[in-house]
Each structure stands twice: as C-alpha cells, then as structure tokens.
Design a protein around this ligand. Structure first.
Ligand code: NAD
Length: 396
C-alpha cells in the first residue's frame, strides 16, 4: 500500500517501514563513525523502540558490541493499519544487529506487568545469562499497578497555581496562549505512580532476585530539568514530582547495587522531539527556539549523539562518572549553557505567529516530528507501494 502520514494533534497514526528503517540506519551509521566504547556486554533496555531508549540500544550494540534485550509496547500491522513506528524501528535494529553478529531479542508488551518481567527474566537466563546494564526509558501516559490492579493516568499540569505561557500548533505555526489549571492531589499521585521510580525499582529487584543481574551491573533512567520558561508546568509540576521520585529511586538503587560494586544513575538529557515530548504544551515551541540557537552555535544533538556522549564520556568513559551536586549525570549541559539559554529567552519574548518560522526552527521541529514515524526522510519514495507487514527477527 501507499503509506501517508495521518495525524491527530500530536499523534501520527501511521508509520512508514522504509523511512523508519532508514532513520535507524542513520543512527547506526553515526555510532559506527565514532570510536568504539569499552562498555556493557549484555544490555536490557526497557522502553527500547523509540527516542532515548532506541538510541541507547543502538549505542550498546554498535559502539560497545553488546547483546541486547529490548522491551517495548508497539503494535504490528493489521489489515489496513500500519505497524507503529517503534515496531518498524525495532525490526530494522534487529536486522542490523544480526548482520553485525550481536544478539538481539524483543519482548513486546506492558513493561509494568509481572508477566512481561517474568518473560524477560526467562529470556535473559536462557540466552544471555546475566545483564550488566539496565536502561530504563519508559514514557507512558498510563500504568496498571501489577499488585493492586489500579490503573493510573499521568497528567502534565502545574502544582498550586494556574500556568500561562506561549504554545504552538506545530502543524499550522499558530502561536497561542496555553492556560493550564493546577493538578489535583490525586492527579499528582497518579502521575508519580506512572512516571516515578516504582516500576524501575521493581525491575531491578526482580532481576536481582532471579540472579540475572550481574553484581557489578549499572542501571540508568532518564530525566529532564529544562529552562525557567517550562519550570512551572514541567520540573515544578506533576511530571517534575515524578522525576523527583525517579531520582530518589536512583539513590536507593545505588545503595542497593553499590555494596557489590554496581551503580545506579539518572541522566538528565536534552529536550528533543520524541513522541512523548510533542505531547507536552509549551515544550514544542521551546524546543523550536532551542534548536535554532543550538544549530547556529553548531552544538545541536539528537537522541543518538546524546546517548553516545552519555556512554562514551560518562557511564563508560573510564574513571569516575561525572555527576552534579545532586548526583545526576548532566548531558543537558550544552542545552543549559548560559549563552544558549540567554538567546532562547530573548527569542521567546518576541515569538508570535507572524515570526515563528523566522525566530525559531519550527520547520525543523515539524520535519523531525514526521521523521519519528518514518516520513519526510530523504531517500524514501513515498509514492511507491510499501509492504506494511514487517517481521521482527527475534520477537519472543
Ligand atoms: P518515547 O516516547 O520516544 O519512548 C518511550 C518508550 O517507552 C517506547 O519504546 C515505548 O514503546 C515504551 N513504552 C511506553 N509504554 C510502555 C509500556 N507500558 N511497556 C513497555 N514499553 C513502553 O520517549 P522518550 O522521549 O525517549 O522518553 C524516554 C525517557 O527519557 C523518559 O523518561 C523521558 O522523560 C526522558 N527524557 C525525554 C526527553 C525528551 O525531550 N524527549 C528529555 C529528557 C528526558
């Protein structure tokens, strides 16, 4: 069939298999053009099919020669419906991993469930023995608790006071004002239950108890801090509270694993276009302004450059891993540079519908959004027939 993008707000309901495969190949090519890393050998990535998790998986295999298990929530093609982008990405990744002679396995299902954890542990036991790196990169709007059965929904809202700021419809370029009412206590509780650290802790506990986590294993999860402009709705809002919980979990896990030489970190990453970040009000406009400034300064990075830097310079750079006063790894360092933030703030003050394409890289944002789903990718003939049915080689 001929596959075209179909969007509903910040969601694209179709994906292009060849475009996704080409995007993955470009990430692999980038990693292969960089020096190899003496890093992990057997890696579990929870949330492995898109964004930062996919990039972590690519760096593990193609810079460090690691075998990987990827856990993710994606759908195969069915009838007239294409598969989701993460499905096509993972199929392309696994194909390339096989060709490169590293093992890779996929488990598709709900990472929050006991069933998927048990299935993953069995797979590790039979295929890899033990894991020496666990990357936790799940971003989800919902979670069903495996013990109580309660389903939580996360919201992106400020705490205490109404938040008002500029936002953009990245399809039309219209800049409007977003007004977001504060979260209730229950919304806060539910957001922490979805995006906080409880599930990460459960994964590490269960892997450890099953004996499939190496004693000196490393684990890392991802967080975001960002600029003043978004603080009230992000870092000091419901999601920020969940990230505080994730960061507290890293400290607990660091103690838990540290006695035997293991380590746990949260890495604070740069704001980037992903399926998750496009759903946050205000953030797409901020990212557009940020991209303009960082591209002009020649310091722009995507997920793959960020994750290569995380692995090569921080986690596996040799010597102590550099962290800030709160124990966090900061690969958002270039985003947060004073000169970058000063220029973004200046642009922000003037941003409006009339000048948004001039003052920000909204066009770059929009293109990257479509590229997440395999569209607008150079080298793909979108008028040609494409087969939506693609198999993942080692799906378990
Ligand atoms: P993403 O949407 O690209 O990826 C999320 C991944 O989680 C996908 O592989 C998806 O399949 C998987 N997933 C979702 N629900 C699942 C479930 N129930 N079971 C199994 N897998 C599930 O997101 P991302 O932007 O790469 O975010 C990953 C992490 O990085 C998050 O913690 C996020 O807060 C953090 N982060 C993102 C940014 C950013 O700007 N995008 C910046 C800093 C930190």
């Amino acid at each position: 069939m001929i596959i075209q993008p179909k969007t509903r707000g910040f969601i694209c309901t179709t994906a292009h298999p060849e475009g996704c495969a080409l995007q993955v190949q470009r990430q692999i090519d980038y990693v292969k053009s960089q020096p190899a890393i003496t890093g992990p050998k057997n890696v579990l990535v929870v949330g492995a099919s898109t964004g930062y998790g996919l990039a972590s998986r690519i760096v593990s295999s193609f810079a460090s020669g690691a075998n990987t298990v990827g856990v993710y929530f994606d759908k195969a093609a069915e009838g007239a419906r294409t598969a989701s982008a993460g499905w096509y990405n993972s199929a392309a990744f696994e194909q390339a991993a096989q060709e490169a002679g590293v093992k890779s396995f996929s488990i598709v299902g709900d990472a929050f469930s006991d069933e998927i954890k048990a299935k993953t542990i069995d797979l590790i036991r039979t295929e890899l023995g033990q894991i020496d790196l666990v990357v936790y990169s799940v971003a989800s709007p919902r979670r069903t608790h495996p013990k109580t059965g309660e389903t939580f929904s996360s919201v992106i809202k400020p705490l205490g006071e109404t938040y008002t700021n500029k936002t953009v419809n990245f399809h039309s370029g219209e800049v409007t004002t977003a007004v977001i009412e504060p979260a209730t206590e229950d919304e806060l509780r539910q957001t922490i239950a979805v995006m906080g650290g409880e599930d990460w802790q459960m994964w590490i506990d269960e892997l450890q108890q099953a004996g499939v986590l190496a004693e000196t294993a490393t684990t890392v999860a991802y967080s975001y801090i960002g600029p003043e402009i978004t603080h009230a709705v992000y870092r000091e809002g419901t999601i920020g509270a969940a990230k505080n919980d994730l960061e507290a979990t890293a400290q607990r896990l660091n103690k838990q694993l540290g006695t035997a030489g293991g380590r746990a970190y949260v890495s604070v990453n740069k704001a980037l276009v992903t399926q998750s970040s496009s759903a946050i009000p205000v953030v797409p406009l901020y990212i557009s302004a940020l991209y303009k400034v960082m591209k002009e300064k020649g310091i722009h990075e995507g997920c793959i450059e960020q994750m290569y830097r995380l692995f090569s310079e921080r986690l596996y750079g040799g010597g102590e891993t550099a962290v800030d006063a709160k124990g966090l790894i900061r690969v958002d360092d270039w985003e947060m540079r004073a000169d970058v933030q000063a220029e973004v703030t200046q642009l922000w003050a003037n941003l409006a519908t009339e000048n948004v394409y001039e003052l920000s890289d909204l066009e770059g944002y929009r293109r990257e959004f479509f590229q997440l789903f395999g569209f607008e990718t150079e080298g793909v003939d979108y008028e040609a027939e494409a087969d939506p049915i693609v198999d993942i080689p080692n799906l378990r």
